[in-house]
Design a protein around this ligand. Structure first.
Ligand SMILES: *Cc1c(COP(=O)(O)O)cnc(C)c1O
Length: 373
């Protein structure tokens, strides 16, 4: 057991063909290392084409992309931003960077994402809210039609955090393209990676151009260094974008493998009634970034510990933001769905480099634990 290689949730997986190295090499050959250059321009085009958006700004992280989306949505000090509670803290932190005030909203069971009825309740309570951030967690699409309609009704800007859902579709349309702004992440654990990076997409060309301006230190058009706005150093480098271009070529393969992993777990564990899987809805095709299960009447720590002993990584579902010490003083609208998912949910290894024997290693531990009632 002990000398077996560690199985992880999700880690970088470069193409067998070496696409990434070719693009990076091209940047070396032309000495276009940083900051901008052909790879950045092309990566923006290629990603935008893939998701069928219109404009993209390649940035150093998904977090930077959320920050720029909030700034583009004119979120300022003391503005209210309504945010899905069940998510990673990077969704919510940029609200604080802008000096704004988050209001957290619960999830619903059908998608594990923002509950449209609680969103409506939040907008009734805070009609002046400047923006809403919905997340497509673990690759699961939110109730996007309902959420878009409610945001339109209340005239509030929708930002879609699609950091985990690149390649997921909702009624045939790519997640990340439903809000006014969409955010993707290419962090090392995401479905494709640039080692670290992100992209902000929008159909509003002017806003994306403005984001490119802010994220390259807000330099006015002048010979000398002239600034009439506060800038950021958020732009992706030409090297990272080269990695991203290569990774985009294998994105569909990665999605296929993620789905295979999910189906494998589901098939292997189907006889157990005390475990269930994350929701699959016929109107959505998930990228299955992580395979997540729910344990009924069993402590999740028992399974996480057993897997860890077999050198297998697993983790609880994201701890909701309204339960985080750092956000304890902000309003929360909802019930206990996100809290229950946190208490009962476990993310299983979903690394696309795993082979069947690795997957059997995982399921054999799970079976042993589930049988020990
Ligand atoms: C990873 C992630 C982010 C942040 O992306 P980075 O590129 O790591 O900054 C934001 N939101 C969610 C839901 C994420 O999973």
């Amino acid at each position: 057991m002990m000398n077996k290689e560690r199985l992880v949730l999700s880690s970088p997986h470069m193409s067998n063909e070496g696409f990434e190295q070719e693009y990076v090499q091209e940047a070396f050959d032309t000495n276009w290392i940083a900051p901008l250059g052909k790879n950045v321009d092309e990566f923006e085009h290629e990603l935008v084409n893939y998701v069928r958006s219109q404009n993209g700004a390649a940035l150093i992280s998904g977090t930077a992309a959320i920050h720029m989306a909030l700034k583009a949505a004119d979120v300022k000090e003391d503005d209210i931003v309504i945010c899905q509670s069940l998510t990673f803290s990077a969704t919510a932190n940029p609200i604080i960077y802008q000096g704004a005030i988050p209001v957290f909203v619960d999830s619903e069971e059908e998608t594990w994402n923002m509950d449209p009825e609680f969103l409506r309740a939040a907008l009734e309570k805070y009609p002046n809210a400047k923006a809403v951030i919905v997340v497509n967690l673990y690759g699961l699409a939110a109730q996007l039609d309902e959420i878009v309609a409610i945001c339109n009704e209340y005239n509030v800007t929708l930002i879609e955090d699609a950091a985990e859902s690149l390649g997921t579709t909702y009624k045939g349309q790519a997640t990340g393209t439903f809000g006014k702004y969409g955010v993707y992440s290419f962090n090392g654990n995401k479905i494709i990676t640039t080692s670290g990076g992100g992209m902000l997409v929008s159909n509003d060309k002017e806003k994306i151009e403005k984001v490119r301006f802010w994220s390259t230190q807000a330099r006015d058009k002048a010979r000398h260094y002239q600034h009439s706005e506060i800038g950021y150093n958020y732009r992706m480098s030409n090297i990272m974008a080269g990695v991203g271009r290569g990774q985009l070529k294998v994105l569909n393969n990665r999605i296929q493998k993620k789905r295979y992993i999910h189906d494998f777990y589901k098939q292997e564990l189907k006889e157990f009634s005390n475990i269930s899987f994350m929701p699959e809805n016929e109107w959505s095709e998930s990228n299955f970034w992580l395979s997540v299960v729910i344990l009924k009447n069993k402590d999740t720590n028992e399974l996480i510990d057993a897997l860890d002993e077999a050198n297998i990584e697993s983790r609880p579902v994201w701890k909701p933001m309204h339960l985080q010490p750092v956000f304890a003083n902000y309003d929360y609208i909802g019930g206990e769905v996100s809290e229950e998912l946190f208490k009962k949910g476990i993310c299983l290894p979903s690394d696309t480099k795993m082979e069947n024997e690795d997957l059997y290693r995982v399921t054999s531990v799970i079976k042993r634990v589930l049988q020990s009632e």
